[in-house]
Design a binder for this molecule. Sequence first.
Ligand SMILES: Nc1ncnc2c1ncn2[C@@H]1O[C@H](COP(=O)(O)OP(=O)(O)OP(=O)(O)O)[C@@H](O)[C@H]1O
Ligand SMILES: [Mg+2]
Length: 186
Amino acid sequence: MIIALTGTPGTGKTTIASILKKYGVSVISLKKLAEQHSFVESYDEQRQSNILDLDAIEQYLKKTIKKDELIIVESHLAHLLCVVDFVIVLRCHPQTLRKRLEQRNWPWKKIYENLESEILDVILCESVNDHGKQSVKEIDTSTVSAENIAENIFQIINGSKTFSTLLEPGNFDWSEYLFDANIMEQ
Ligand SMILES: Nc1ncnc2c1ncn2[C@@H]1O[C@H](COP(=O)(O)OP(=O)(O)OP(=O)(O)O)[C@@H](O)[C@H]1O
Ligand SMILES: [Mg+2]
C-alpha cells in the first residue's frame, strides 16, 4: 500500500515523515528520489523549484514497491501519482503557514502563491479529484503537534486505528483569509 503524505509547502510533510521514519516506517521523499535517480525534468526559474518527471517516478514506484509493502510517499506532488492508494493531506492555518514560510527566505511572490493555494484547498481538491473522497483524509498541523500527528498516522499503519479516525475532506474553510491584509499583504 502506498500512502501519499501531501500538502502545501510548509504544512509539515518532511517533519512528520522524519518522525515516522524513527518509528521504522518506510518513507520515500519524492524530492530526494528525483535527485538520486535523475527524475528532475527541468527547473522552474519563476517558482525556484524543480519540475519532476512524474511518469518516470510512477514507473519506478510500480517496479520497486511490492504489493504487500507499506510505503509513505511524501511530497506536495505525491497525490498526483496514480500508484497511490490513499492520500493524507496536511493542512495549516494561513496565519501559521505564513510564519513558517517567512522563515524560509523565499520571495514574497512564492509565499503568497502558497498561502493562496492553501486557502483555496488546491491540493485537497486535486487529491479528491484524482483518488475520490473515500481515499482522502485531512490533518490540521496548526493545532496539533508533529509528534501527535506522526503517532496518529503510525497507529493507522500498525492497525490500532483506522483511516476513518482522521478528518473527512472539507473540514477547513480558510476562504475568509484570502483578502485579509495581515496575512495576504507583504
Ligand atoms: N504540527 C506540526 N506538524 C508539522 N510541522 C510543524 C508542526 N508545527 C510546526 N511545524 C513546523 O513547520 C515547518 C514545516 O516544514 P516542513 O519542511 O516539514 O514542511 P514541508 O511540508 O515538508 O514543506 P515542503 O513542501 O516545502 O518540503 C517545520 O519548521 C516544522 O517544525
Ligand atoms: Mg518537505
